[in-house]
Design a protein around this ligand. Structure first.
Ligand SMILES: Cc1cc2nc3c(=O)[nH]c(=O)nc-3n(C[C@H](O)[C@H](O)[C@H](O)COP(=O)(O)OP(=O)(O)OC[C@H]3O[C@@H](n4cnc5c(N)ncnc54)[C@H](O)[C@@H]3O)c2cc1C
Length: 400
């Protein structure tokens, strides 16, 4: 790689957050490179529910209107208990724009807006050396022996981040619930209109959202059976069979939807990982000129469907902080300016990601536990702290 990398901002990981961060920086006139370990950009898990706060961030990135053309707005929500057919309205769409995007559409749109050669595929970061007390650059080592000394390093390398330990975060934890996701294509119009449905029976939950008038995204959460599920996760036919098995007793049109799903779209996540909220409170989010964004910082199991939207918010806030500070000549190397930017980013994001992580933790624990006392405590906490269920979607990350 060229010598001029020393001046650049290096982003580790080319997932949603890495690409969004590179795009946000590009919009602010800051050059960056994205190092992605895979040989191509991957979009695991078919679709992503994008909530109003995520759309605000996409708008700032300048790609909201393009993505709107690929997905219908979700206008209502229905919660159905399968045993008695009881129906309750859910607050979806009432709080603002909510759509279900194909992950591949989102990744492609982000990547297409980047300058050529921003993303370097097949570049696995194996370690980082930081000297937080001097003005020296941090050193980044790649699997092929290449060394880089970028001005700023942003770890967007997901739940098993190598960058997170540098910043002082413990490994992420996981719930004992697993998630299966897939897409079903209907030759004629599907019967769900523009509504989100959530079916619940004995701890098995199946949610579905239309992507457009012919394609429906669905997800199922149920208790993890560790040995069986790690085997099932490797075979998409087995994923379908285990899903059909889990939804015995669900309405016929739901079973049909699973049976007709596109096998290639199926994915089982056997470890729904999360960052403990108290870990986020106790760490600084950055060390020297190294910081984190996206799941690497705040992995959150998908109970609120907020991980992706929060990652886009990180991208916007981080690029804003860097562009506000890096133009100021505080020192010849620019290290002071970079540190000031990262401190500002940490300050802006800390409580936002703490509250999201706390709500996710409480909802996840409530689904996970079989202890009545723990479940009761979770319900009380939710009533006291999170009575307004869509408050987290009203957040505005501000202008880029
Ligand atoms: C079952 C499930 C359902 C979800 N549903 C939703 C939803 O509906 N709505 C929502 O908003 N969020 C949802 N999420 C969360 C959302 O998927 C994540 O928050 C989001 O994808 C995080 O993006 P990221 O870029 O931070 O991480 P990732 O997507 O994990 O990307 C990390 C990238 O870094 C690369 N990488 C890793 N290590 C290295 C290395 N050492 N060197 C170089 N590259 C590296 C990886 O290959 C990968 O490409 C869901 C999550 C799960 C598990």
């Amino acid at each position: 790689m060229e010598k001029s990398e020393e001046e650049k901002i290096v982003i580790v990981g080319g997932g949603i957050c890495g690409l969004a961060t590179a795009l946000a920086l590009h919009r602010k006139g800051l050059e960056s490179i994205v190092l992605e370990k895979s040989e191509k950009l991957r979009a695991t898990g078919a679709c992503i529910i994008m909530q109003p706060n995520g759309w605000r961030a996409l708008h700032q990135l300048g790609i909201a209107s393009k993505l709107r053309q690929t997905a219908l707005p979700i206008q209502s929500g229905h919660y159905i208990t399968v045993k008695d057919g009881k129906h309750t309205d859910l607050l979806v769409g009432n709080g603002g724009e909510c759509r279900c995007l194909r992950r591949s559409d989102l990744m492609k749109t982000l990547a297409e807006e980047l300058p050529p050669n921003t993303v370097r595929l097949g570049c696995k970061v194996v370690s980082i050396k930081v000297d937080a007390n001097t003005s020296a650059y941090s050193i980044l080592h790649l699997h092929d022996g290449t060394m880089l000394m970028p001005r700023v390093i942003i770890g967007c390398d997901g739940v098993n981040s190598v960058v997170a330990s540098i910043v002082g975060l413990n490994s992420s934890r996981h719930f004992s619930t697993c998630a299966i996701r897939g897409v079903t294509h209907y030759q004629t119009l599907h019967p769900f209109g523009t509504a989100f449905y959530l079916f619940d029976k004995d701890g098995v939950r199946l949610g579905l959202l239309p992507i457009n008038h012919n394609d429906v995204y669905w997800f199922l959460t149920r208790k993890l059976t560790s040995t069986a599920d790690s085997m099932v996760s490797k075979d998409q036919k087995l994923i379908k069979e285990s899903t059909v098995e889990a939804i015995k007793g669900f309405p016929n049109h739901i079973t049909e939807m699973i049976n007709n799903s596109d096998v290639d779209s199926l994915h089982l996540t056997d470890q729904m990982r999360y960052r403990a909220p108290w870990d986020l409170l106790r760490t600084k989010f950055c060390k020297g000129t190294v910081t984190l964004a996206g799941d690497a910082l705040h992995a959150m199991a998908p109970f609120l469907a907020q991980g992706g939207s929060a990652s886009l918010e990180d991208a916007v806030v981080l690029a804003r902080c860097l562009s506000q500070n890096m133009g100021i000549a505080l020192d010849p190397t620019g290290m002071k300016a970079a540190r000031a930017a990262l401190d500002q980013y940490a300050k802006e994001r800390k409580m936002r990601v703490f509250w999201l992580s706390l709500e996710t933790f409480v909802v996840g624990t409530m689904h996970d536990t079989s202890a009545l006392l723990v479940r009761g405590l979770c319900i009380i906490t939710l009533i006291i702290l999170f009575r307004d269920k869509i408050a987290n979607t009203r957040y505005d990350c501000g202008r880029l």
